[in-house]
Design a protein around this ligand. Sequence first.
Ligand code: NAD
Ligand code: LMR
Length: 328
Amino acid sequence: MKVVITGAAGQISYSLVPFLCQQGVFKSNEKIDLALVEIPSAMERLNGFVKELEDSAYSTVNSISTFDNIQDAVIDADWCLLVGSIPRGIVLNGKEIKERSDLLQINGGIFTEQGKAIGEKAKQSCKILVVGNPANTNALIGYSNSPNKNQFWMAMTMLDALRAKAQLSIKLNCHVDDIYRLAVFGNHSPTMFPDLENTNINGQNAYDLINNHSWVENEYLPRIQQRGAEIIKARGASSASSAARAACDTVKAVEHPTRSGDVFNAAILSDGAYGMPEGIFSGFPLISDGNGDIEIVRDFSLSDFAKNKLEITANELLEERNFIKELI
Ligand code: NAD
Ligand code: LMR
């Protein structure tokens, strides 16, 4: 089981790699060959992290290798977690990078090379999760540059779903595990749409239980949509521990069957489901059979309010696609 992680000396990876090395994340009992990738200038920092990983003596791990290039790292990979990229909040050339989409010009190029290498050298059954922002459009760049259209590309919206569940559990005083069918549609950006109208809590509809549309529209939605920015403001750095947990949860959700009556969240290439245009990576409610088959759950009913929100986030994804059209 070969697992490639880019940006391995960064903040997210510092939590993500230990999470992935816990028992039970992957379905297979095969031991993990970790392939950790960084840019040349970060290799020394990565080597320090490798020493810590060695000292952790994980029984799940077979080997740990480091790479300063993607081509050698991804040979025969089963999973590629593409974290390596620049986060927003930094100042570049005197200008603060405010929105994730402002990162397109900086990060987009990384994913052309990575997509090509993964398509040429990783396993046919390889699963790819893009975490680096703007994740949806970076996934589109990677997928488009890959010569292999059978591998399974995703962008991370699990963190948005976890945030949406956490805030709902606070509002309704229930446990997060009692929440079923909470889907986040669209872009990992301030236009994302966490839908409560199809969400259940112990068999009861969440939207009905809240019974307050104004709270949903004017408090809940902006809180989830702006959570990343809120964390950057407070921490002076983008979310890392929660992002790592969400990335590990995405791997788990793909590797194991989805619990009955529930969904998990990731952005995948749209086939037109729920009116999201084909050819963009959009967040959808998904189920996994635990054997590599992942499908969009198609029985969510969308109100006019929800349809309007989906149109807004779809338009943003189309704009982002247009912006990088020479990369795909
Ligand atoms: P970080 O700056 O701490 O680490 C990023 C690492 O990537 C650095 O060590 C850097 O050297 C490395 N890197 C840059 N270019 C690379 C390349 N071409 N190949 C390999 N490695 C490369 O950042 P972080 O906090 O770990 O965040 C990483 C990314 O994840 C950011 O783009 C951030 O915005 C994004 N993010 C996404 C989500 C999500 O929900 N999708 C959540 C949180 C953060
Ligand atoms: C997040 O949602 O926390 C990440 O995408 C980081 C960011 O830029 O907000």
